[in-house]
Write a protein that binds this ligand. Structure first.
Ligand code: NAI
Length: 249
């Protein structure tokens, strides 16, 4: 059901497929105008068409999230074009897995640039339009790797773990401004990112998950849609793991 306040503007990065596309569809179903961001306009236009076919509203903007200047310009352009920016979902993310002994500086730096630095820049730039609107929702997509670590992912886990401290600090800074900041930490979800994993890794992940299956992108989108909703106004600085029980104590 759509929220009462229609046509708030939401930016979803990494919206061309997988979890980001599902988040974009969920926010559009909430009545938001969703700005779909990734590098490939063709794929984004497919997601836009799906949203419009379902009766939602979306637009497309390309951006390489590893390019800091482009990230700042993206957020400024959204605020200029729409006159507002209410919801920011930092979902774009990459892996460059390797054991630490073998990990190159490029593998470390590339992951930090997309998964963490872009979030810093997008959030920083989005705060002014959110403050102008006296309302804001920031949702950052972390990972269970950021909660408990994962062999072969020290770079990725570092970037995803950093999002927790970053988001909680942002939440504290902005609480009085009616801007919330929360984290969703997915477990193993069926997307192109996990499709490439060897079967032995997939089987191990399923065995370590109490519900004994991978999650679906829609199951992450549901948690994001809650944090983005009007009713989530008293929820900030929180981390919800949507992981089939993998990290429950
Ligand atoms: P995916 O690889 O299927 O999609 C990633 C999205 O980010 C794509 O739209 C891609 O185009 C975009 N992207 C990547 N690099 C970019 C760049 N430099 N500039 C702009 N866009 C870029 O990944 P998936 O699985 O949908 O993951 C989405 C988020 O969820 C990521 O942050 C990922 O780390 C996180 N996550 C995923 C899990 C999974 O099991 N699939 C588990 C935990 C977290």
């Amino acid at each position: 059901m759509a929220d009462k306040t229609e046509k708030r503007v939401a930016v979803v990065t990494g919206a061309s497929r997988g979890i980001g596309a599902a988040i974009a569809e969920a926010l559009a179903a909430q009545g938001r105008h969703v700005v779909l961001v990734a590098r490939n306009a063709d794929k984004l236009n497919e997601v836009k068409a799906a949203i419009e076919a379902a009766g939602g509203e979306a637009s497309v903007m390309t951006c390489d999230m590893s390019d800091g200047e482009a990230v700042v310009k993206l957020i400024e352009d959204v605020a200029d074009q729409h006159g507002r920016l209410d919801i920011l979902v930092n979902n774009a993310g990459i892996t460059r897995d390797n054991l630490l002994l073998r990990m190159s500086e490029a593998e470390f730096d590339d992951v930090i640039a997309v998964n963490l630095r872009s979030v810093f820049l997008a959030c920083k730039t989005a705060l002014r339009p959110m403050m102008r609107g006296k309302w804001g929702r920031v949702i950052n997509i972390s990972s269970v790797s950021g909660l408990v670590g994962n062999a072969g992912q020290s770079n990725y886990a570092a970037s995803k773990s950093a999002l927790l401290g970053f988001t909680k600090s942002l939440g504290k800074e902005m609480a009085a401004k009616n801007i919330t900041a929360n984290v969703v930490a997915p477990g193993f979800i069926e997307t192109d990112m996990t499709d490439v994993l060897p079967d032995v890794v997939k089987d191990g992940a399923k065995a370590a998950t109490p519900v004994k299956r991978f999650g679906k992108p829609e199951e992450i989108a549901g948690a994001v849609a809650y944090f983005a909703s009007e009713n989530a106004s008293y929820t900030t600085g929180q981390v919800i793991a949507v992981d089939g029980g993998m990290t429950m104590c």
